[in-house]
Ligand binder design. Structure first.
Ligand code: FES
Length: 104
């Protein structure tokens, strides 16, 4: 079971167990300080926006064009921006550090 390091919108870091084979979004939306994921993972709402730490960005498959286009429209997008519904958790991502992006 990979362990996430999740930084909330107040800057506090939490250790959060995730499940391999599930989307990162599915773990984050269960947290009080997590994301809303309104569209349920359809890559259409961007309410699952997170920032992936630079050390980890290369270890995650690159975003597809629909994800990239949606992120480009966000006012808070920056280097490391990803939609957590598009990232599948694996054991190789044990220790992944993500920051919850501000609400749009
Ligand atoms: S949950 Fe809507 S885009 Fe990710």
């Amino acid at each position: 079971m990979p362990l996430l390091k999740v930084v909330d919108r107040d800057g506090r870091e939490h250790d959060v167990p995730a499940r391999s084979g599930q989307k990162l979004m599915e773990t984050l939306r269960e947290l009080d300080y997590g994301i809303s994921a309104i569209c349920g993972g359809m890559c259409s709402c961007a309410t699952c926006h997170v920032y992936i730490d630079a050390d980890w960005a290369a270890k995650i498959p690159a975003a597809m064009s629909d994800e990239r286009e949606l992120i480009a429209e966000l006012s808070h997008h920056k280097s490391g921006s990803r939609l957590s519904c598009q990232i599948e958790m694996t054991d190789a991502l044990d220790g992944l550090r993500v920051t919850i992006a501000p609400d749009e």
